[in-house]
Design a protein around this ligand. Structure first.
Ligand code: F0G
Length: 372
């Protein structure tokens, strides 16, 4: 058997990542997600969605986790730990399983989507549901990682952002250049920071958003793009510390993935905003859910609620002219809609009808729909 699987983003971007030529990648084939042009939504701009829900565990976290767990394995770690609103725990559990490590995950009791919990369970993570929120969990896992031989794999681990920056490389490769505007949902602000690091490196520009340096990243690579996009981050109104100017003590939103009041990448996110000329804004839960449903119905793409915040904000800012007409806009859809089946289940009553199992009944029902 070969030493590494010939797949995944580490094998694809080895020169641009903090790994050696022979570092074995812990990979499940993450990355290479589609950049889908929207046909109906987003006029008069061209909006693309980068569908990160098509990663192995269904979210962008896999990009960070392949790097963080590869690094942990390189250092001989036996266990990893994270706090999570769900997706990080699913990815940590899966990549730890692949690496033969134990994963420990702290999640806010009753506040993570069912699909995500199912993943952590099936991958054999030790799950601690805490009577507290993500921010409480985060401070706990930081303390644990200081005192015990367990590697912290939240995005405060710089290898996470190194993996996640590859999404920017892929977008540049797909478009042949960087987009004009890139929109993301923001929780801890790790992902928006990672994208900015990626775009900056691709354009050969220094950025203060990271102090991470590793001599194994080649500094003699040709630029991949001439420009960098304007970075825009959207939060849910009930969990919008960037809009309030400081931590939110009791964050709340239906988009549980971004139910975060005390972002870990607070300073870096402000650097991103300044260097890229971007901004933060907020959406209500109703706006987020309405856009999630529109995207699914009108474009055929099913993302989780938090992910829809990026598109909801972009559509609003395009309409308001804040994003200039004619711009090329990329919205990251961070996670798959199947992660959170309960959201869809709430709509099922109105979407289905029960009939007799006869041809006559089927024909009658279809006829009524065609007439409507
Ligand atoms: N979208 C989804 C689906 C997420 O799961 C997260 C974060 C974000 C957006 C925000 O990304 O934190 O880098 O700004 N989820 C983390 C978790 C917190 O535990 O799964 P960010």
């Amino acid at each position: 058997m070969s030493k590494t699987l010939p797949l995944g983003l580490i094998n694809r971007y080895r020169d641009r990542l903090p790994v050696g030529p022979d570092t074995p990648a812990v990979t499940l084939g993450e990355g290479g997600t589609p950049l889908i042009p929207l046909r109906r939504l987003g006029q008069p701009c061209q909006v693309y969605v980068k569908f990160e829900g098509l990663n192995p565990t269904g979210s962008f976290k896999d990009r960070g986790m392949t790097m963080a767990v590869t690094r942990a394995a390189e250092l001989g770690a036996k266990a990893v730990i994270c706090a999570s609103t769900g997706n990080t725990s699913a990815a940590a559990a899966a990549y730890a399983a692949q690496a033969g490590m134990q994963a420990f995950v702290l999640i806010p009791e009753g506040k993570i989507a069912r699909g995500k919990l199912a993943q952590a369970v099936m991958h054999g993570a030790k799950i601690l549901q805490i009577r507290g929120n993500f921010d409480d969990g985060m401070s706990l896992v930081k303390s644990v990682a200081e005192q015990m031989p367990i590697t912290l794999v939240n995005s405060v681990n710089p290898y996470r952002l190194q993996g996640q920056k590859t999404a920017a490389f892929e977008i540049i490769e797909s478009l042949g250049r960087a987009p004009d505007v890139h929109c993301l949902p923001v929780g801890n602000a790790g992902n928006i920071t990672a994208h900015w690091i990626g775009y900056s490196e691709a354009a050969g520009r220094p950025t203060e958003a990271t102090s991470f340096r590793d001599e194994r990243i080649s500094d003699s690579l040709p630029p991949m793009s001439e420009s960098c996009p304007t970075m825009v981050g959207y939060q849910a109104s009930g969990s919008a510390p960037f809009m309030r100017g400081g931590p939110v003590t009791h964050p709340d939103t239906v988009a549980t993935a971004i139910r975060i009041g005390n972002p870990q990448s607070w300073d870096a996110a402000h650097v991103v905003q300044r260097e890229s000329g971007g901004w933060f804004d907020e959406l209500t839960d109703e706006q987020i859910l309405a856009t999630q449903a529109r995207l699914a119905r009108e474009e055929g793409v099913f993302c989780e609620p938090a992910s829809a915040a990026s598109l909801a904000g972009a559509l609003r800012d395009i309409e308001a002219g804040r994003i200039a007409a004619g711009s090329t806009v990329v919205c990251t859809l961070t996670g798959h809609g199947l992660k959170d089946p309960d959201i869809a289940a709430e709509h099922v009553a109105g979407a289905s009808q029960t009939i007799d199992a006869t041809l006559a009944a089927v024909e009658q029902a279809l006829g009524a729909s065609l007439d409507a």
